[in-house]
Design a protein around this ligand. Sequence first.
Ligand code: NAP
Ligand code: G4F
Length: 341
Amino acid sequence: MAKTALITGIRGQDGAYLAQLLLDKGYNVVGADRRSGGANYWRLKELGIYKDIKLEYMDLLELTNIIRSIEKIKPDEIYNLAAQSFVPTSFEQPMLTSEINAIGVLRLLEGIRQVNPSTKFYQASTSELFGRAHEIPQKETTPFHPRSPYGAAKLFGHWITVNYRESYRMFACSGILFNHESPLRGMEFITRKLAYAVASIHFGLQDKVVVGNLEAKRDWGFAKEYVEGMWKMLQLKEPDDFVLATGQTHSVREFIEAAFRVVGVHLVWEGSAMNTVGRCKKTGKTRVVVSPDFYRPAEVDLLLGSPLKAKEKLGWKPRVGFEQLVDMMVEADLKRLKKEI
Ligand code: NAP
Ligand code: G4F
């Protein structure tokens, strides 16, 4: 009999790719969909899977709703991808972020425990847990030191998942995923913001992009590969926690340079820190401006993960490299914009 998976955050980047993967594997896929204004299913539509998914109204803020949904759907596996996932918003709305990213995980685990504790559970943990990183590269045993309300809330989500596994012998895994991107990434994140801006500048629809800290470094991988790692974790004999990462790190500045190279623009930089601008080497036109508006109260300076345990125990390894990822994202936005204009 086909397995049933319940995915929270189905309308997000990872939710869409995971739904696609599980449908391909023959699962019945149910998406937990909160009743939010202007609900948008563009990712599921772009992947051509919108009609193959059942949607269930379920909000991580409401335990009774979670219990009823689990009773009704009877999932074999639950993937908790729902979150207030944007770090800057967590400084503006720390309590709402914690209600969703911390207590929301507990509500879900408690719902599973009460209805059917043999349901397998995946928690979307994050490299933001490492924050002010205590070692390089970061691995499963690296101490946590979150640097935002987002990271602190996710830390609770991570430990409560471990706690329910240890206390109630539940099959609960936490994936400590480093940044993963794709053409389906939300526009507020730096990679997609840049891919879209570069495409837009190329077609003359805008002349520059305004960004924040150029020196922050991230371990950027391709989201479609990371959802495969999530699924692999729930197929293990014993539940465990895993880092998924590429093992490579690049600065925001390097991402910007690579993105502009896709459209043949080579940048030269002038100034420093918040007074930096990036100009097109050929035309001298200003294409990048740094503004304090996009700086955070506390920054995560360097993330670099070790995927060694995932390689050994899950047989998971990333294939798409940095340049290929940047290229894929800019090309996708060039194609989208070309259709629109
Ligand atoms: P995303 O695109 O922002 O998607 C998050 C989803 O969560 C959205 O569909 C959102 O629904 C839903 N959501 C928010 N609040 C909710 C609530 N109260 N009840 C139910 N659903 C709610 O994020 P993503 O990039 O796919 O990431 C997936 C998960 O992995 C998140 O938990 C994120 O924190 C974590 N993570 C991501 C990365 C990464 O690099 N992408 C790395 C590590 C961990 P709406 O569509 O209604 O807004
Ligand atoms: O793209 P970002 O907003 O992603 P961030 O903060 O690393 O968080 C993402 O990855 C986490 C995993 O490590 C997830 F848990 C989380 O849910 C999310 O998916 O910012 C990346 C870096 C930061 O250092 C930021 O300061 O880019 C820097 N940055 C510089 N200018 C900018 C900008 N970030 C954004 N969003 N916008 C800018 O203009």
